[in-house]
Design a protein around this ligand. Structure first.
Ligand code: SF4
Ligand code: SF4
Length: 625
């Protein structure tokens, strides 16, 4: 599975691997969050919850199967350990250190659950060496947690036998707690009872802390399973020749050759000892030749989890803002395919957005199918209004108008399958490098209305339509080109064309700035001159944030008193007002073209900033009174 997740993106650039798609540990945290606050953590769905439950159920009915047959970290750390053993550089901890250091994994388990359940975000993402390695330390990974965790895991696994599995792995801790199911569940029942007698007095945090402490104490003092798991390695001392090969081959360094039954808490039924034993039937599982059973059970459990989870989905957020009786009579609006409903955070902002809509009584979000369900008062609102409230209009300036263009054409068209913000962003992407299309705006309607602002000399509305409906399109991304199949369809309803003056068009997207400084008001109009310069940077989205730096640089000349941008029927103009008795146009031009700007900050500090303007500003501007 891991190889598939790594190799497929290399072959298929459109495939984004999800390294948490089946993460049982994430699922367990999501389930805890669901019980605690009726929300699921992050992007976790019933898939991860079901795999998490399958792992725990597996411990109770078979053994710690995840550790032996699925865990990617266990596989890697075991390989590292093998290299160290070949070099005779590895030690096996025993005695008190072996028992005491096990507290680390229970502490990590408690901390992870505490933060994940409190925030509904997956805390383990911040430090998980597996997640950090396969995502390239991107996303939610906090490098100063993840990098030391990765180094510690690698170095520790080299020098100390099964360092990660025995001492650090929080999933290992929770599977051991499943093996100690009876005492753990007993504690949980006591907590439920106490809370039913004294409601809300004992937080779940105390329960989690007590269960983790209990798990550590049981493990450190006994190093043994109690009742679960039911399957154990058994040794027939009549057949065994005491060659001790099994002891050497056991990845957990369990002394097998001296016991009749392996009850050690570290045994995860990998059957390595059984396979490597030279005496047939000396080692068995529960005195039966069931070597095949653990691997078969792993496959069956995970497959069952995936099948069950595909039939039912828990909501990531389920909120009601009114009493249950009103919800029973409420109208229900459902919508799927909302790609921006993808995690707890996006679900939270959707719920907040809906809370402001009059008549909406509650929401549920389902991130696996990007689906929302909205409950509403039918007397106050309706499905159409809710759909409109969900819709986010899109507006993006894509390309600057060509020099000399004075009139811009508009083309409005209804587009099917373009409701989601991600789809609208993809629609803009189709035209980003399309000469002649200057901007795109969308408005709500059935279907969604998209308006393109374009240069009729470079592109036609027919070409725009055919680009929208193109079956597959090659786009440029950060890692090269990739192909997308947009799936948009032109709707025959509501097509229209129009025109717009260039100045009015630019004013829709850019600020026409007017900044006065250096005692502007103290000068009479007759004592001031204005320098007019063509200023194409005014219609360059990337230069907008730099314009205040230019204003600051100009303010260094006491004779410059005003900075104004004006959008005209031709190119934008920069109007610089100055006092000719104090400065000259050449001085101003020189100041603007300095390689370094002296920029004044609000805290009164002055810093040097490299002149960011790509075009050397022309000195041929006109002057006016
Ligand atoms: S490898 Fe087999 S024969 Fe050798 S000690 Fe272990 S159980 Fe006995
Ligand atoms: S005792 Fe046998 S089954 Fe258990 S971990 Fe060791 S090698 Fe694997």
């Amino acid at each position: 599975m891991l190889a598939y997740l790594v190799i497929r993106p290399l072959l298929d650039k459109n495939y984004g691997a999800d390294f948490e798609a089946y993460c049982p540990f994430g699922g367990m945290q999501a389930l805890a969050s669901f019980f605690s606050s009726n929300t699921l953590t992050c992007s976790m769905t019933t898939v991860q919850i079901a795999t998490g439950l399958a792992v725990l159920f597996g411990v109770i009915v078979v053994s710690k199967l995840f550790c032996s047959y699925i865990c990617p970290i266990g596989t890697v750390t075991e390989w590292i350990g093998e290299q160290a053993r070949k070099m005779k550089m590895q030690v096996t901890l025993s005695g008190k250190p072996d028992r005491f250091i096990r507290i680390l994994k229970y502490s990590l388990l408690f901390i992870t659950f505490y933060y994940s359940v409190s925030s509904s975000e997956l805390f383990c993402r911040k430090f998980d060496p597996y997640y950090a390695s396969f995502t390239g330390f991107s996303g939610d990974v906090v490098w100063y947690f993840a990098l030391p965790a990765l180094i510690l895991t690698m170095v520790g696994s080299f020098f100390i036998r099964q360092f990660w599995c025995k001492y650090l792995c929080p999933l290992g801790a929770i599977t051991n707690l499943a093996a100690y199911a009876l005492p753990s569940v007993s504690l949980a029942l006591i907590w439920v009872l106490a809370n039913s007698i004294f409601p809300g007095t004992i937080s779940w945090i105390w329960l989690a802390a007590c269960i983790c402490l209990l798990g550590f104490l049981l493990e450190a003092t006994t190093l043994k399973f109690l009742i679960f798991p039911p399957l154990r390695i058994t040794r027939n001392s009549g057949i065994c020749t005491s060659c001790r090969i099994c002891d050497k081959k056991c990845p957990m360094s369990i002394p097998i050759s001296t016991v009749d039954k392996v009850n050690h808490i570290d045994c995860h039924l990998c059957v390595e000892c059984v396979v490597k034993c030279p005496e047939k039937a000396a080692l068995t599982i529960n005195n039966k030749q069931w070597n095949w059973l653990p691997s078969a059970a792993s496959v069956i459990l995970i497959a069952s989890a995936l099948i069950i989870s595909s039939a039912y989905e828990l909501p990531t957020i389920s909120e009601r803002w009114v009493e249950t009786s009103r919800i029973k009579e409420a109208g229900v609006f459902e919508m799927s395919g909302l790609k921006n409903i993808k995690c707890f955070g996006s679900s939270r902002s959707f719920a907040n957005q809906m809370k402001e809509v009059p008549g909406v009584l509650g929401v549920e979000t389902y991130v696996k199918h990007h689906k929302v369900r909205v409950y509403f008062d039918t007397k106050l609102t309706g499905s159409e209004k809710i759909k409109e409230a969900i819709f986010s209009p899109y507006s993006e300036f894509l390309n600057s108008p060509a020099a000399g263009l004075t009139t811009i054409k508009t083309f409005s068209v209804g587009i099917d399958h373009c409701f989601d913000p991600n789809d609208q962003s993809l629609l803009a992407e189709l035209f980003r490098d399309q000469k002649g299309v200057m901007s795109l705006e969308t408005t709500f309607g059935e279907p969604i209305q998209a308006t393109f602002y374009y240069d009729p000399g470079l592109i036609s509305s027919e070409k725009i339509k055919s680009r929208i409906e193109q079956k597959s399109v090659e786009l440029k991304g950060e890692e090269g080109t990739f192909t997308v199949e947009p799936g948009f369809a032109i709707n025959s309803k509501g097509q229209s064309e129009g025109t717009m003056e260039k100045a009015a068009f630019l004013e829709r997207y850019f600020e026409s700035r007017d900044v006065k400084f250096n005692k502007f008001d103290s000068y009479s109009a007759s004592s001031v001159k204005t320098l007019n310069l063509p200023f194409p940077s005014a219609m360059d989205p990337e230069m907008q944030d730099w314009i205040p730096y230019l204003v600051s640089q100009l303010s260094n000349d006491d004779g410059v008193i005003r900075f104004k941008i004006e959008f005209t029927s031709s190119d934008p103009l920069l109007l610089i007002s100055y006092v000719p008795t104090m400065t000259t146009r050449d001085k101003i031009i020189k100041l603007m073209n300095e390689p370094t700007f002296m920029v004044h900050y609000p805290d009164k500090s002055v810093k040097k900033v490299k002149n960011p303007f790509p075009i050397v500003l022309s000195g041929s501007g006109k002057e006016s009174k």
